[in-house]
Design a protein around this ligand. Structure first.
Ligand code: 6MZ
Length: 345
């Protein structure tokens, strides 16, 4: 019988695929404590009431919180520990494949290259039941010179770690800066997959440019469907391209870009059979987990256990893993289903 508690159990046990998780947004209270973060800073990082009280400017408020995490990860050692712990926590939540994304950052005692090396060291040492790949982010608020410098470092590191560095992302406060196609074109030409935060706020012109560029995946896509303040022309273009979107329900609800879970745009993708995956975005800042996000999909959009299993299976296809890896994860999901028939009841 399907009850709240069997759903809870199912969502936790389901082997899951996480494709949209920012390292410095994923730090839990215990990770920040281990990194020596002061209690007052931790309260600030995880203080959702502050964001929720600022309704109109919730998204901008949220971006101020990352400073707490960035201050706690400003040395190669702290970046290494943060990455290691975040991987452990996703593993604990039965995530079997994680594409972790992070923005290479230079600090007083760390270059962008050293930042990436620290993340990769933690990924290489991972001996848990979870495969981890890396997506490197370009912050849209950075100027072209800074972004080009990041791209150069990323391309050099990709040559050394082609099995780990899989893609490049555009993120950062959507109210600041813009999408520069040239950076992503070069990344694509150098065999990097691309995923771009798109329509997290209403910006039809930029959405059109991003869709015309044609990234491999889109982050959020909140203001894309006409019923969600998107324009018909972009929606038509999207439907032709059918680019998988990374849905982060709690993030959107807390940042105020979605009115509520019930009114989240994911329902248009579900209804129209369009490609999407379920993700956490910043599990630390938004106090969530991938299992919880699946629970919301069940609660608000009636996804059955079978549907949720299929969402996880489909996410394998949208991932930046190799074809051989995809086959492996799919067979693992099929095997898990065979071995856990009782959980589907
Ligand atoms: C856009 C976001 C984001 O890269 O330092 N980031 N960008 N939209 C969002 N929705 C809420 N959440 C996080 O992780 C933190 C960085 O990820 C991006 C921001 O640039 C933030 O500074 P890293 O590991």
């Amino acid at each position: 019988m399907t009850t709240k508690s069997t759903i809870y159990q199912f969502c936790r046990a389901l082997p899951k695929i996480e494709l949209h998780a920012h390292l410095n947004g994923s730090l839990s209270m215990s990770i920040l404590t281990e990194l020596g973060c002061m209690d007052t800073s931790i309260v600030r990082y995880m203080n959702l009431t502050d964001i929720l009280n600022k309704k109109e400017r919730a998204l901008d408020e949220c971006f101020k919180l990352f400073k707490v995490a960035h201050d706690a990860t400003n040395t190669p050692d702290s970046v290494y520990i943060a990455t290691k712990r975040v991987i452990e926590e996703f593993d604990h939540d039965n995530v079997m494949y994680l594409e972790l994304r992070t923005t290479p950052r230079s600090e007083e005692n760390m270059s962008k290259q050293e930042y990436i090396e620290s993340v990769i060291k933690a990924i290489k040492e991972n001996d848990k039941n979870i495969t981890v790949k890396l997506i490197l982010s370009i912050n849209r608020s950075h100027d072209m010179k800074n972004s080009q410098e990041s791209l150069e470092v990323i391309l050099n590191m990709k040559k050394i770690f082609p099995d780990i560095i899989k893609g490049i992302d555009l993120s950062g406060n959507p109210n600041v800066g813009k999408f520069e196609a040239a950076i992503f074109k070069t990344a694509k030409e150098n065999s990097l997959y691309t995923t771009i935060h798109c329509a997290e706020v209403k910006n039809d012109e930029e959405v059109k440019d991003i869709l015309n560029f044609g990234p491999d995946r889109l982050g959020h896509a909140t203001f894309l469907h006409p019923r969600y303040d998107g324009c018909q022309e972009n929606w038509q273009l999207y439907c032709e391209k059918r680019i998988p979107i990374e849905c982060c329900m709690t993030s959107n609800v807390i940042c105020g870009t979605s009115e509520s879970y019930k009114k989240h745009h994911i329902q248009e993708w579900i209804k129209n059979g369009l490609p999407f995956c379920i993700s956490t975005d910043d599990k630390g800042v938004f106090c969530t987990s991938l299992s919880e996000e699946y629970e919301y999909a069940n609660e608000f959009f009636d996804l059955s256990k079978e549907d949720m299993w299929k969402v996880s299976l489909n996410a394998v296809d949208y991932s930046f893993a190799s074809n051989a890896e995809k086959l492996l994860y799919k067979s693992k999901l099929n095997e898990w289903k065979r071995d856990n028939e009782n959980l589907f009841l």
